[in-house]
Design a protein around this ligand. Structure first.
Ligand code: URA
Length: 205
């Protein structure tokens, strides 16, 4: 299983705000952003860096610079994680993968895709709710067909079904998440989960 569940008090704190049914969209968006900072730190632990010379007010020394990071936000819930990624990696390029699930079969249906060239990029796919795994697997497939070789998925909550599917279809893609929940209900929502992430972010309940 290529899953890392981050274990940090701040992550648990913000996840609890997200889970709480009384959290309103403004606070929900803020908690999603704060939690994503922790996911990005874990997901970028092995990010390639170039050595550079840097002159401090005292002397010259060696520094490091990151390069070629691309975030792919899976629409629309992935937008709730994007600002945090851009705060931490302002030079990052951004792709969008629009997928909607067919509510009767949970099959992902593409409605939009716009990705930059990914051949030399470190790609972070932002898919907060890994339920059946259909949307994430589809987004990763899209990224691979645009040349991506180094892909990490960032999720807020995962379900065993989605993690298993990613293991079968994209074993090479590590998943960084804040939680591995119990299971899915009969409408493919994660339990205990946090409900519909997109609706809660954007107040469309
Ligand atoms: N998408 C969501 O927003 N929530 C779930 O529980 C599953 C998929």
């Amino acid at each position: 299983m290529n899953l890392t569940v981050i274990d940090h008090p701040l992550a648990r704190h913000y996840l609890t705000i997200l889970r709480d049914e009384n959290t309103q969209p403004e606070a929900f968006r803020s908690a999603a952003r704060s939690l994503t900072y922790a996911l990005v730190l874990e997901a970028t632990k092995a990010l390639p860096v170039d050595e550079v010379d840097v002159t401090t007010p005292m002397e010259q020394t060696t520094g490091h610079r990151i390069h070629d990071v691309v975030a792919i936000a899976v629409l629309r819930a992935g937008l709730g994680m994007l600002d945090a990624v851009l705060d931490m990696i302002p030079g990052c390029k951004v792709g969008f993968a629009g997928v909607q699930r067919d509510e009767s079969t949970a099959t992902p249906m593409e409605y939009y895709a716009k990705l930059p060239d990914l051949a030399n990029a470190t790609v972070l796919v932002l898919e907060p709710m890994l339920a059946t795994g259909g949307s994430l697997s589809w987004a990763v497939e899209k990224a691979k067909s645009s040349g991506a070789k180094d892909i990490t998925a960032l999720c807020v909550v995962t379900a065993p079904e989605g993690v298993a599917r990613m293991g079968e279809e994209h074993e090479d893609v590590p998943i960084i998440a804040a939680a591995l929940d119990r299971d899915l209900n009969d409408k493919w929502y994660i339990q205990p989960g946090l409900g519909d992430m997109g609706d809660r972010l954007f107040g469309t309940l």
